[in-house]
Write a new protein. Structure first.
Length: 229
């Protein structure tokens, strides 16, 4: 039995040597190229206990993440010392901030005429800046028109003040200074009572007020005016 096993072992070794010699001969003649794609891995299969072949130039698993296609916003640069940024496209909108010279701003929209740009400031706040105070850095003719533009804030006019009433002094009839010798029938002048009986030619007054009883008879037509002529 031992002889039989020894004989079989020798036959197997001889066969291996024969096959190995044949391979070496073919390689030397250029018929078979050596395979460098696989190398013996020190790891063994957990099921069979045999060594497994690992590709030498194994390629990495390709990534399935889509490439970014986002287009950056156009950029403009401020060319004045300090440019006003407003809440809308026009000087009739209130000022909400400033952009300093050399500052770059992202343009997200423009008005229909292209005179004002809707920009994003460095603090993330949005506003509008005039096209005459900036220059293009990376600009595109396809900047979209703003869909909604806020209306300008209404200016509340102060109510008009009502005119002040002017107190115009009313003319006051000049009355003769009181005197014990002035008759009350002539309140605006000083004419003494009779006697003597006086006529219009005896006094310097004309067209003065006369009250009853008019002792001198200056009001001949009884219209309340004495010495009319």
């Amino acid at each position: 039995m031992k002889k039989l096993l020894r004989k079989r072992l020798l036959v197997s070794v001889a066969n291996l040597l024969l096959v190995g010699g044949g391979l070496l001969l073919l390689i030397g003649c250029g018929e078979v190229e050596p395979n460098n794609e696989f190398t013996e891995s020190p790891a063994t299969s957990p099921q069979t206990g045999e060594k497994t072949a690992t590709p030498r130039n194994a390629s990495a698993t390709p990534s399935n993440e889509p490439e970014s296609t986002e287009t950056p916003f156009p950029q403009v640069r401020v060319i004045v010392n300090a440019a006003n940024v407003r809440s809308g496209p026009g000087t009739n909108y209130p000022k909400i901030g400033q952009a300093l010279e050399g500052e770059s701003l992202s343009v997200i929209a423009q008005d229909e005429l292209g005179h004002w740009y809707n920009v994003v400031l460095s603090d993330g706040k949005e506003g509008w800046i005039g096209s005459t105070v900036v220059e293009a850095v990376s600009f595109s003719d396809n900047v979209q028109i703003a869909e909604t533009i806020p209306p300008p804030e209404a200016t509340i006019a102060e109510p008009a003040q009502p005119p002040q009433a002017i107190n115009t002094p009313q003319p006051v009839a000049t009355q003769a200074p009181p005197s014990a010798n002035c008759h009350p029938s002539y309140p605006t002048v000083c004419i003494p009572p009779p006697p003597p009986d006086l006529d219009c030619g005896d006094i310097p007054y004309r067209r003065f007020r006369v009250l009853p009883p008019d002792p001198h008879g200056f009001d001949r037509d009884n219209d309340g005016i004495g010495c009319e002529s």
